[in-house]
Design a protein around this ligand. Structure first.
Ligand code: FES
Length: 69
């Protein structure tokens, strides 16, 4: 189990918040679309924007481990 940590300081969005938001998505093949959807749900990366790359990294990491059968 992965430990939780804050990804976006401005909006106080954590790794688990992003994982949860991704959980509700149906489309897992497009990181940028997933980013937009996660942003709508969590409002991450709507403050200073400094976490943008971090959020993208986390999303791709989660999506890659998300291979469903
Ligand atoms: S740290 Fe995420 S918008 Fe500033």
């Amino acid at each position: 189990m992965k430990e939780n940590y804050t990804i976006c300081n401005c909006k106080k969005v954590t790794y688990f918040d992003i994982a949860d938001a991704l959980h509700d998505l149906e489309n897992f093949d497009d990181v940028l679309r997933a980013f937009e959807d996660v942003q709508k749900v969590t409002h991450c990366s709507t403050g200073c924007g400094g976490c943008h790359q971090k959020v993208l990294d986390v999303i791709s990491e989660i999506l890659m481990g998300h291979e469903k059968v």
